[in-house]
Design a protein around this ligand. Sequence first.
Ligand SMILES: C[S@@+](CC[C@H](N)C(=O)[O-])C[C@H]1O[C@@H](n2cnc3c(N)ncnc32)[C@H](O)[C@@H]1O
Length: 195
Amino acid sequence: MTDAFVFLREFVRDPNRIGAVAPSGKQLAARMCESADLADDHVIVELGAGTGPFTRAIRERHPHAPLLALEPKEDLAALLREELPDVEVVEAFAQELPRLCAEWGHPVVDRVVSGLPWTLWPPEVQRAALDAVVEVLSPDGRFVTFNYLGAHLMPKAQALRGELAERFGRVEMSSTAWLNVPPAFVYICSEPKKG
Ligand SMILES: C[S@@+](CC[C@H](N)C(=O)[O-])C[C@H]1O[C@@H](n2cnc3c(N)ncnc32)[C@H](O)[C@@H]1O
């Protein structure tokens, strides 16, 4: 079964949790890694790994960096574990991040890479997940999350942009990954506002 088929099947089963009809492409995965400014000695967390396009891109570039991937869908998590046995794959939600990172042995992390469907969520769920991200990030940590071009102008996406600005001193946009379907860009969030 191809990743695209598995992803579409999961979307049909639970569209509100998956939030897209196809996995992200290689260009967007590369843009996510560049935007996160990853290094070999970084402790990295990925939220909403899906079929793993970002997980694979991170692993190819930084084979030895500790990497925790959250994916609540059992079937997707199982496939990821099989393909990438050295990635810590956990069937859990981003909102649980502080406890999960502590259990993993890295209560503070350097980078959080997100593939989450933020704009499908009510504001309180968005806030809980973003608060969890800020809680685990080191003071010089960075958070990256993508948005589809055009969709970022919709009210819910604008609200997310506001939530990011409340929690990070700097929020920048990457250049667009035009080859992605649909084209997308990355929000690059640094200077987390701790406590
Ligand atoms: C839009 S898909 C992105 C998958 C992959 N990162 C990609 O770009 O192709 C969103 C993924 O987030 C997962 N997800 C949904 N809610 C989540 C949550 N609260 N915490 C962690 N993952 C979640 C879904 O199961 C789904 O696999």
